[in-house]
Structures are given as structure tokens and as C-alpha cells.
Design a protein around this ligand. Structure first.
Ligand SMILES: [Zn+2]
Length: 262
């Protein structure tokens, strides 16, 4: 919460300043600030923010490290650093991800993942992450969310101009603060729609990353890994298809196992 107040407070103060200085171009400038901020965060997230909450240690030499390195070499992926994070501190959920851009790029494995999975299964999970990288999914998904943000800021810019929006909630004339609050209320339904689109794109990316694992003959290992992870996370095995369509960023376990075996 403290981080949210500090970072969010600074961001919103900057936006109010921009709005008072250049109300006509506010939407474009505010969007530019958010894009700039996101890129900075992507660079420093793993080195500045994560260490506040978790410890990350380099993966020690051994069977797992050699298995990861030989797989990465085989598929032509350059590993800049493999770290283990003490995810068990707060949760039993297992995960692995890439973080950072360019030279700051690193693989982070949760200790919970290493406890639950065999070496081959861990390599299969990493192969899935490398699949995302190979298909440039991070770039595609960030571009899409930046476009969605541009739409939001444009609508906010329009919304900030009108007195009648402030009057609808009992104020006399438009101001940044009141129009912003009304905008947030009106925006929620639209957010569900853009969220659905982003989730559909995300599920497609997940299918491609799984297909990459399959091409590299690690399908069975990924299936057993996914089963263990889903069991540990108490995932719903039979969610309603409509619920999946609206909320899921990944295909269901059943769909993924099916695609990996058919
Ligand atoms: Zn994925």
C-alpha cells in the first residue's frame, strides 16, 4: 500500500500538473508519461521492487542448472541469469517467469516450483517461458495494453472538459478531481470489454508457448508439471466456458493437456 501511495501519488500529481498546463493535449502527454514509466519499471522491477519483498539467489551449479543451460543452448536462447526466489514465504503457489528487458533479463524460479517439480518438468516449464520469448509475446501484449491505455486516456481527456459530468454528481463545474472520479465509475464496464480482449490474446499466446514446448518434445513433462501446479493452486478443473472467456488469461488445464497430447 505504501508503495502504491508513493508511486501512484507521484504519477497522479504529475498528471494534474500536465492537465493544468496543457489541458488540450493532456490525454496524449499523460499516456506518454505512463508508457515511459512502464518501460522504466520493466527495467528495474526485478532489481528494485522485488528485493523489497523477496530474496532472489542465483541458482547454484548442479544438475538443474546444466539441464536448463543445455536446453537454452539447444533452442538458441541466451540465459543471462537464473535466480531462485523465496516464493514459499507467503504462498505455496509455484511459478516461473522472465523479467526485465535487454541485459537485465533474468529467469526467476520460485523455490516452491523446485520443491514440487522434477528437473525435466522444471525445464518444460522454462521451455514454455522461452516459447513466449521466441514468439515476442511480451512485446505484443505490452503494445496491446498501451493501445488500450491510449483509448482510456483519450476518453478521460474528453470527459474532463464537460461541466455536465460534474453536475451529474452535484458539483457546479468541471474540475480534474471530480470529473476523474466520475470517469472511473463510467469506465468500469468498458474495462471489462478491453480486459476480455486482452485475455483472449493472452490465451492465444499461452497456446503458442505450449506448442513450442511440444515441438521441443517436452509435452509429457509439461503436462505432469501443469497437473502438479494446478493441484497445488487448487485450480478449478471445470470452469464454465463463459467464465473462462471473460476472466482467464490461460486456457484451462484440460484444454492445455488436450492440446499437448492430441
Ligand atoms: Zn505462459
Amino acid at each position: 500500500m505504501a508503495l502504491g501511495i508513493i508511486i501512484g501519488g507521484v504519477l497522479i500529481s504529475v498528471m494534474i500538473l500536465v492537465y493544468s498546463a496543457m489541458p488540450d493535449y493532456f490525454w496524449l502527454l499523460a499516456w506518454g508519461i505512463v508508457v515511459f514509466f512502464s518501460v522504466i519499471m520493466a527495467f528495474f522491477y526485478s532489481t528494485l521492487i522485488v528485493p523489497l519483498f523477496n530474496k532472489q539467489k542465483p541458482l547454484p551449479d548442479g544438475e538443474l542448472k546444466s539441464a536448463i543451460e543445455s536446453f537454452s543452448q539447444r533452442v538458441g536462447f541466451k540465459v543471462n541469469g537464473i535466480y531462485v526466489m523465496d516464493g514459499s514465504k507467503r504462498s505455496t503457489k509455484a511459478n516461473a517467469y522472465f523479467t526485465g528487458l535487454g541485459k537485465k533479463k533474468r529467469i526467476v524460479l520460485y523455490d516452491t516450483l523446485l520443491e514440487q517439480l522434477t528437473i525435466e518438468e522444471t525445464v518444460a516449464v522454462l521451455a514454455h517461458e522461452i516459447g513466449h520469448y521466441k514468439h515476442r509475446h511480451i512485446f505484443i501484449q505490452s503494445s496491446l495494453s498501451m493501445l488500450a491505455n491510449l483509448l482510456v486516456f483519450y476518453l478521460l481527456g474528453v470527459c474532463l472538459q464537460y461541466d455536465f459530468i460534474a453536475q451529474a454528481v452535484g458539483c457546479s463545474s468541471a474540475s480534474f478531481h471530480i470529473n476523474f472520479m466520475v470517469f472511473m465509475m463510467m469506465y468500469s464496464p468498458l474495462n471489462i470489454l478491453t480486459g476480455m480482449l486482452e485475455n483472449a490474446v493472452s490465451r492465444r499466446c499461452e497456446r503458442q508457448a505450449d506448442a513450442f514446448v511440444r515441438q521441443n518434445n517436452l509435452g509429457p513433462q509439461l503436462i505432469s508439471a501443469l497437473k502438479k501446479i494446478s493441484a497445488q493452486a487448487l485450480d478449478n478443473l471445470t470452469p464454465h466456458p463463459l467464465f473462462v472467456f471473460v476472466n482467464y488469461t490461460h486456457p484451462t488445464l484440460y484444454q492445455r493437456v488436450k492440446a499437448l497430447t492430441d
